[in-house]
Ligand binder design. Structure first.
Ligand code: ADP
Length: 447
């Protein structure tokens, strides 16, 4: 087992990893930027080291500086969290060259499943349901026109290397497809350094369902059921829950098994999430694979009782997954609200700054994963998420009631947060009956 791990991240996820390490008796080294010098999570790390300026490219994305810190502090492994370098195959490779274990998949498995085009091919081989669309990247207009005519408009043009909802274009007809192709390729080139794009059928109404999967270095792979992340704004998830409401259990089972098969065939070790859209006839279509821990992993932890971060560490150290598929079952219902420092009343404008008054929700079935406290200044440099409120209860209805009461207990002042919007959602009739789709929140915000 590792004796010391470096955490190449910040905020709530750095804290989440510190907590898992503490329970495993592993020392932690936290790197941080100048903007995070007062980060409360740093007080819980065994060692801390400032690696640069606030700008992520000078700190949390700076591979030479992170590797130097790993060498100086003689760590056995690096946990990348989510975001930053977590899906960077080059970084995973540098770690391997430096004989530091990257807590995540091998660079090869990451590259294969992280690229949307090669992932789609792997999915097809593993019989994972995929969208009708182009087989690989599209490099000429006539091919695009022919494929779009075959699958029918509307279609969506996406970047092979895409992420964060960028580089996507919807085309309702041939003219829009032709102009969109060029724009999408240019956008992809400048955002991801890879201009390859592909097209697939665009679903007007769909739910976002994802399967949590796990693989190890002994060839085992299994799934830990699903999460519904349909409540989104601009492709950013706001609320996640599990199990997904109104899902046909047989279809859920089939798709979950196919997701486990996909990572098994890719020789994948570690945590991953296979994301799908679900149409109104309950057909699944794979969107992509996230080759890392997700923000919303606590939802799965609450319904299965599995500590996903500890499991990541054990698997990276070469141990087999410490449970079998048949040992896993879902208990009750869990929901997560991402609490963001932004103002829903002002078009979600960022609201960083000093938190003067703070009090977290508590009580039975409530979990608050966050690094913030009174006196903490939310820096303007990074993601606006300041914490995750997660609740667990015997069923979905009880879970919503518990979330409503927990949200109402939260005090985060004077900065603005997403809490009022989430409270409104807990009281929304469509949400309460589990009727949300991926456009539901944006429709609601227009009124
Ligand atoms: P990214 O990696 O940028 O997050 P995804 O492929 O995961 O991109 O898609 C992000 C979101 O875009 C989805 O959750 C969904 O809302 C929308 N989307 C993507 N593909 C489709 C599609 N074929 N039909 C309808 N909506 C889509």
């Amino acid at each position: 087992m590792f004796s010391r791990i470096l955490i190449a991240n910040r905020g709530e996820i750095a804290l989440r990893v510190i907590r898992a390490c503490r329970e495993l008796g592993i020392e932690t080294v936290c790197v941080y930027s100048k903007a995070d010098a007062d980060g409360p999570w740093l007080r819980l790390a065994d060692k801390t080291v400032c690696i640069g300026e606030a700008k992520a490219s000078d700190s949390y994305l700076n591979i030479p500086r992170i590797i130097s810190a790993a060498e100086v502090y003689n760590v056995d492994a690096i946990h990348p969290g989510y975001g930053f370098l977590s899906e960077n195959a080059h970084f995973a490779e540098v770690c391997r060259d430096c004989k530091v274990e990257f807590i995540g998949p091998s660079p090869e498995a990451m590259a294969r499943l992280g690229n949307k085009v090669s992932c789609k091919q792997a999915a097809k081989d593993a019989k994972v349901p995929i969208f009708p669309g182009s087989e690989g990247a599209i490099d000429n207009e006539p091919d695009a026109v022919r494929i779009a005519a075959k699958i029918g408009y509307p279609v969506i043009i996406k970047a092979a290397a895409g992420g964060g909802g960028r580089g996507m274009r919807i085309a309702h007809n041939e003219a829009a497809l032709k102009s969109g192709l060029k724009q999408a390729a240019q956008e992809a080139q400048s955002a991801f350094g890879d201009g390859s794009v592909y097209i697939e059928k665009f679903l007007e109404s769909a739910r976002h369902i994802e399967i949590q999967v796990f693989g190890d270095k002994h060839g085992n792979a299994l799934h830990l059921f699903e999460r519904d992340c349909s409540t989104q704004r601009r492709h950013q998830k706001i609320i996640e829950e599990g199990p997904a409401p109104h899902l046909d259990p047989r279809k859920r089972d089939d798709v979950a098994k196919s997701a486990a098969r996909l990572i098994k065939e890719a020789g994948y070790a570690g945590a991953a999430t296979v994301e799908f859209l679900l149409d109104d006839k309950q057909n699944f279509y794979m969107l992509e694979v996230n080759t890392r821990l997700q923000v919303e992993h606590p939802v799965t932890e609450m319904i299965t009782g599995v500590d996903l971060v500890k499991t990541q560490i054990l698997v990276a150290a070469g141990e087999p997954i410490p449970f079998r598929q048949r040992d896993l079952k879902v208990t009750g219902h869990a929901m997560e609200c991402r609490i963001n420092a932004e103002d829903p009343a002002k078009n979600f404008a960022p609201s960083p700054g000093l938190i003067e008054r703070f009090s977290a929700a508590g009580g039975l079935g409530v979990r608050w994963d966050s690094h913030v406290r009174a006196g903490y200044r939310v820096p303007p440099n990074y993601d606006s998420m300041i914490g995750k409120l997660i609740v667990h209860a015997e069923d979905r209805e009880a879970c919503i009631r518990r979330m409503e009461r927990a949200l109402a207990e939260m005090v985060v002042e004077p900065i603005k947060t997403s809490i009022p919007l989430q409270l409104q959602l807990m009281r929304n009739a469509t949400f309460r009956r589990g009727g949300q789709d991926i456009h539901f929140l944006e429709r609601l915000l227009k009124h």
